[in-house]
Design a binder for this molecule. Structure first.
Ligand code: MG
Length: 275
């Protein structure tokens, strides 16, 4: 099931996305739900909308936090000039960094090195603490695609990463949350990032050094996870720059494609203003 959060005029709504590959009678539609399925049982209103006629929003606004994991693919750790850390390297991104599909990533004036990081994101479905590896599947609501946008120069200069990873718009999520996939089913998914159509990252979740169960067990050993919290599982090799005016697309097999343009914080340049 694909759970989307969308707008079509009024307040955000939730719905089940129905695609042609599902083989149903209503391809490319959204079956509207009565409310947030993370907070309440899935219940259809009976209304359907054309997928093209709605604006998809970030499928979840994390209730308390995004916990991200650094250097969790060996080749990415190597390209950053190091090895996979012995103790998992985790950091927080604020929930105010979240944007949805199609929304602009704003290039801050303080950085000269804005980078994409395509990642599989885990959406937590239940309040939980100290989850044993064997019970992690019970606390996962579903999976989505994330871009762990990073100001690489600020990451190097600041030491702490709150700014380098935490600007508004630095956590695109979407296009929807896929549910009812087993941990086995998400353990070997291709993850590909393109910039203006050019392939930059071509990884696979089978190369995660620490698995999703290991990560959820570790993170929940020190912090309570709430329904709607999001865990970013790390990025494969191939990180690099994205520039104002470019479009970044991250596709994860079986989940979906998240596309965001990059825009300038300074607003349109003088030459663009008259167009
Ligand atoms: Mg990352």
């Amino acid at each position: 099931m694909r759970i989307a959060r969308f707008a079509s005029g009024g307040d955000p709504q939730y719905g089940i996305v129905e695609l042609p590959e599902d083989g149903g009678d209503h391809p490319n539609t959204v079956a509207v739900l009565t409310g947030d399925p993370i907070a309440m049982p899935v219940q259809l209103t009976g209304e359907r909308k054309e997928l093209d006629g709605v604006r998809l929003l970030a499928p979840v606004i994390p209730r308390s936090k995004i916990v991200a994991v650094g250097k969790n693919y060996a080749l990415h750790a190597a390209e950053m000039g190091g090895e996979v850390p012995e103790i998992p390297l985790v950091f927080f991104k604020p929930n105010t960094s979240v944007i949805g599909p199609g929304e602009s990533i704003i290039y801050p004036e303080a950085t000269r090195e804005l980078s994409y990081e395509g990642e599989l994101a885990v959406v937590i479905g239940r309040i939980c603490k100290e989850v044993p590896v064997s019970r992690v599947a019970e606390v996962i609501f579903g999976y989505t695609v994330a871009n762990d946008v990073t100001a690489r120069d600020l990451q190097r200069s600041d030491g702490q990463w709150a700014r380098a990873k935490g600007y508004d718009t630095f956590c695109p999520l979407g296009p929807w949350i896929t549910t009812h996939q087993s941990l086995e089913e998400v353990s070997a998914l291709s993850i590909r990032t393109t910039v203006d159509g050019e392939l930059r990252q071509d990884g696979n979740t089978r190369d995660l050094v620490r698995s999703i169960p290991d990560l959820v067990a570790y993170i929940s050993s020190f912090t309570t996870l709430l329904p709607g919290d999001v865990i970013l599982t790390g990025t494969p090799a191939g990180v690099g720059p994205m520039l104002v005016g470019q479009e970044v697309s991250i596709e994860i097999e079986g989940i979906g494609t998240l596309l965001n343009p990059v825009a300038s914080a300074a607003g349109p340049s003088e030459s663009e203003a008259g167009q």
